[in-house]
Design a protein around this ligand. Sequence first.
Ligand code: NI
Length: 173
Amino acid sequence: MAIRPILHYPDKRLRELARPVTRFDAELAKLVDDMAETMYAAPGVGLAAPQIGVALRLFIIDVATRDDQPSELRTFINPELIDQVGEVRNEEGCLSFPGVHEEVRRAERVRVRAQDATGKSFELEAEGLLAIAIQHEHDHLDGRLMVDHLSLLRRRLVHRAMVKRAAADSASV
Ligand code: NI
């Protein structure tokens, strides 16, 4: 296992449309392992493959955020949102937007169809933080980011803050 660098906005690779996963092999298992290690080290509750520069339709989620909750890593490969019901507003963060937390509107409950790391199909109904994380990570596969859900004003403010941060990061190398 290895921790992979996480791309930060405005890296253009975060805007790519990810391709379907077609091979469920050892290389894919290694990618999932690396993503899990990267997500837990960050730490975060979700990570999509495009965030580490791999343009494949794959994300992982573990919404156990407290130490006393058992971890439950879920892998979603080639996911499709087949139902979205209700509406919630929730403050979201993203590992590709360090330090940014913004209120985003999402469906309250979702039904998702996906494959696991062995290629087996499953369906899952989710609500609460898991439903929000599924929608957030699914967006990443289409190059959609949390800023796209904000008002133009908020989007500009976040954009400026992130561009400033990227400049400071590159200056300090
Ligand atoms: Ni994200």
